[in-house]
Write a protein that binds this ligand. Structure first.
Ligand SMILES: [Zn+2]
Length: 251
């Protein structure tokens, strides 16, 4: 698999990307308010991340970029996405800076809450943001083959999958999925009612589940653990708070 679709037109695609006067990462907006434009000089001229821009970023800079995006989202000052320009600029190749493993919850759409555009992040979503073999393979593809610098596991508050795991819910194929969350329920130390009706306990289990997923990625993926050990990527957990909209990074 070749995510970059390198070929005779790759250079032309890069050139056209640079020429488009849109700000896929909102760097123009950053500059206007004294934000993080120092991270990626020239990005304001790009419609989607170029390989050069993405490759120049460190994992910590990718985290900073996503933090800034979430702050824009929370402030209601999201960048004006020109999706058609982003689509056009990224059609010939993609250079996403991060891969996000999130929950399917309709209230936690990663691109919106991090204010990213087309071609900027890979996203894998599964109830309860757990890591199974296929998701691990997807994360490995994103980082080892496509060059992403960050694996971000994102849980969220009031997660129905976490509640189902606490309750021991059983339903078709969902049963096996929820069983993968049971160890997080057991591993959560909590003073108070250990019930799905207790929001604080549900959120405590969700936090444990994120940390366990991060650990599991490192333990079960030699590819990703090796990239992290070499400083090429970071594997980081996070929690999206439905109330307030903040993405809390576990760094
Ligand atoms: Zn959820």
């Amino acid at each position: 698999m070749n995510p970059q679709h390198e070929g005779c037109c790759a250079g032309a695609a890069d050139a056209s990307r640079r020429a488009l006067l849109t700000s896929s990462l909102g760097m123009a907006a950053f500059a206007a308010v004294g934000g993080a434009s120092w991270l990626l000089p020239g990005l304001a001229q790009a419609a989607a991340l170029t390989r050069e821009q993405r490759d120049a970023m460190t994992p910590d800079q990718v985290i900073a970029m996503l933090r800034e995006g979430n702050e824009r989202f929370r402030a209601g000052k999201m960048q004006g996405h020109d999706y058609l320009a982003q689509k056009k600029a990224s059609a010939g190749g993609q250079y996403p800076a991060a891969v996000i493993l999130g929950c399917i919850d309709s209230r936690a759409p990663t691109e919106i809450i991090l204010d990213t555009g087309i071609g900027e992040t890979f996203t894998g979503r599964v109830a309860g943001n757990i890591a199974n073999d296929d998701l691990l393979g997807s994360l490995e593809f994103a980082c080892a083959i496509a060059g992403s610098k960050l694996v971000l596991v994102m849980g969220h508050t009031a997660c129905g999958a976490i509640k189902g795991a606490i309750d021991g819910a059983k339903l078709g194929n969902l049963t096996g999925l929820l069983e993968k969350i049971w160890p997080a329920v057991d591993a959560t130390t909590f003073n108070g009612e250990r019930s799905s009706k207790n929001d604080a306990f549900v959120d405590a289990v969700a936090a444990t589940n994120v940390r366990r997923t991060v650990d599991e990625i490192r333990r079960r993926s030699d590819v990703l653990a090796g990239l992290e050990k070499d400083g090429k990527i970071k594997i980081v957990g996070s929690m999206y708070h439905l109330v307030g909209g903040k993405v809390e990074f576990y760094t």
